[in-house]
Design a protein around this ligand. Structure first.
Ligand SMILES: *[C@@H]1O[C@H](CO)[C@@H](O)[C@H](O)[C@H]1NC(C)=O
Ligand SMILES: *[C@@H]1O[C@H](CO)[C@@H](O)[C@H](O)[C@H]1NC(C)=O
Ligand SMILES: *[C@@H]1O[C@H](CO)[C@@H](O)[C@H](O)[C@H]1NC(C)=O
Ligand SMILES: *[C@@H]1O[C@H](CO)[C@@H](O)[C@H](O)[C@H]1NC(C)=O
Ligand SMILES: *[C@@H]1O[C@H](CO)[C@@H](O)[C@H](O)[C@H]1NC(C)=O
Ligand SMILES: *[C@@H]1O[C@H](CO)[C@@H](O)[C@H](O)[C@H]1NC(C)=O
Ligand SMILES: *[C@@H]1O[C@H](CO)[C@@H](O)[C@H](O)[C@H]1NC(C)=O
Ligand SMILES: *[C@@H]1O[C@H](CO)[C@@H](O)[C@H](O)[C@H]1NC(C)=O
Length: 365
């Protein structure tokens, strides 16, 4: 439940002003309340979906759809992504590899050979790890988990293959799907229109030949904290070695405790804790939090341990108050004017993010 770490950071840090200098802390989801899908800590962050038409078929085409998570630190965790779109014509999906649609829809007009999906607006989800090899393709089958480019580029790509029927069969008659939606798994992403781009060039494994997609479309999706949820999902408390006072997370940071509504949070001292948690079901996206004054699912505690002329040292403790989540592959983004030169970090990895000069921040994972 708790992780601790002790970063020691170079350069001078004037005593007593750490609260003012600590500009921003983020845990997994940032706390911005901007309407635009723009994150100043990751200005070019996006998820790009590439739709490569690999071959034409008698009534349509076969495509490989690849999602690249080009974000610095925002990953998609279990239960994973789902991708939806609206077909431009009367397309159907004959079959898929590496993913599946959640619903087949009405395929009753097909007599011989039943399509995988006949819906006008299919929703596709990744297959689970352990899928039989004959249903896999490269970069599939991770249960929809997609790491970020900054944290683990080798796991920041997800692909599936799709055979589309009742579609155009040339690059003049084929139509791009519309209205892409990416859920991760809740709201937050907004996808732009599909755009025709230069066809992807593939290099064979032995690197002796290249092949080319018949046609390629790109779709770019960006994240907005405001769309994801209006309330913050974490808060910061502060303390230091020279003062016994702990500055707690502000009351009601993530919501207010409603004493007249018993189910709104969980009392950790309740003798029926386990049954309360399991009876509440797994309504995945809404957190079930421990009763606290701040009601946040995550608290980040920043404790200044040392403060010398040459360096200062803090211990960061992250506490999970959400009974519905076991976080894995989490990361913490910290923005602070002194973080350019971390000289030592214990227990965790870090990487600096430098979207623009003058502000420095890092993340730990
Ligand atoms: C998406 O991210 C990549 C990598 O950071 C960047 O090169 C590209 O320009 C971005 N695309 C858009 C439309 O922002
Ligand atoms: C379609 O294919 C023709 C050649 O087969 C090519 O000249 C043209 O640029 C292609 N159009 C698109 C939109 O890819
Ligand atoms: C696209 O989605 C929006 C919102 O969900 C909807 O209003 C619109 O009708 C959709 N467009 C198409 C072509 O399905
Ligand atoms: C389309 O997406 C691919 C994969 O992310 C990228 O390499 C390519 O540069 C993109 N093309 C354009 C024109 O954005
Ligand atoms: C400790 O911090 C509290 C709250 O900021 C302040 O009121 C108090 O004066 C401080 N005590 C000392 C000894 O600095
Ligand atoms: C607390 O919960 C009760 C019962 O659900 C509701 O009537 C009341 O408006 C809630 N109060 C606040 C402050 O949310
Ligand atoms: C989190 O992990 C613990 C211990 O492995 C397990 O008992 C619990 O059911 C898990 N909770 C969720 C929501 O997955
Ligand atoms: C970073 O810290 C190291 C060791 O404390 C020091 O030698 C170096 O000059 C510092 N770099 C900057 C840019 O402050």
């Amino acid at each position: 439940m708790e992780h601790t770490m002790l970063p020691a950071i170079g350069s001078v840090f004037p005593r007593g002003v750490f609260a003012a200098l600590l500009l921003m802390l983020l845990f997994s989801f940032s706390t911005f309340t901007s309407i635009e899908a723009y994150d100043p800590l990751d200005p070019t962050g996006n998820i790009t979906i590439k739709w490569d038409v690999i071959s034409w078929t008698p009534d349509g085409y076969v495509a490989v759809v690849t999602m690249y998570n080009f974000q610095q630190y925002r990953h998609i965790q279990a239960p994973g992504w789902s991708l939806g779109w609206t077909w431009a014509k009367k397309e159907v999906i004959w079959n898929m590899m590496g993913a599946q649609t959640t619903e087949q829809g009405d395929c009753s007009k097909f007599k011989a050979g039943i399509p995988h999906c006949c819906k006008k607006d299919p929703t596709v989800v990744d297959l689970l790890p352990g899928t039989p090899y004959n249903q896999q393709i490269a970069n599939c089958c991770k249960g929809g988990v997609l790491n970020s480019w900054g944290q683990d580029p080798s796991n920041a790509v997800s692909s599936f293959q799709i055979s589309v029927g009742s579609a155009g069969t040339t690059n003049k008659t084929v139509k791009m799907p519309k209205n892409f939606t990416l859920k991760a798994p809740g709201p937050g992403y907004t996808c732009g229109p599909a755009k025709v781009v230069k066809p992807t060039v593939f290099i064979t494994n032995d690197k002796r030949r290249t092949t080319q997609a018949m046609m390629t479309w790109n779709i770019t999706c960006t994240y907005s904290q405001f769309l994801a949820q209006k309330a913050p999902s974490c808060c910061v408390s502060l303390s230091s070695f020279y003062n016994d006072t702990v500055v707690n997370c502000p009351t009601c940071t993530c919501g207010c405790r409603n004493k007249t509504e018993p189910g709104s949070c969980v009392d950790p001292n309740s003798p029926h804790l386990a049954s309360v948690v399991s009876a509440s079901g797994k309504t995945a996206n809404t957190p079930l939090v421990q009763c606290t004054s701040h009601m946040c699912p995550i608290r980040v505690h920043w404790h200044v341990k040392l403060n010398y002329k040459e360096y200062w040292r803090v211990k960061i403790t992250i506490t999970n108050f959400n009974y519905r989540m076991n976080y894995s592959q989490w990361n913490l983004v910290v923005q602070h004017p002194n973080l350019d030169n971390i000289t030592q970090l214990f227990s965790f990895n870090y990487k600096s993010l430098n979207p623009y000069e003058g502000l420095s921040k890092f993340y730990l994972s």
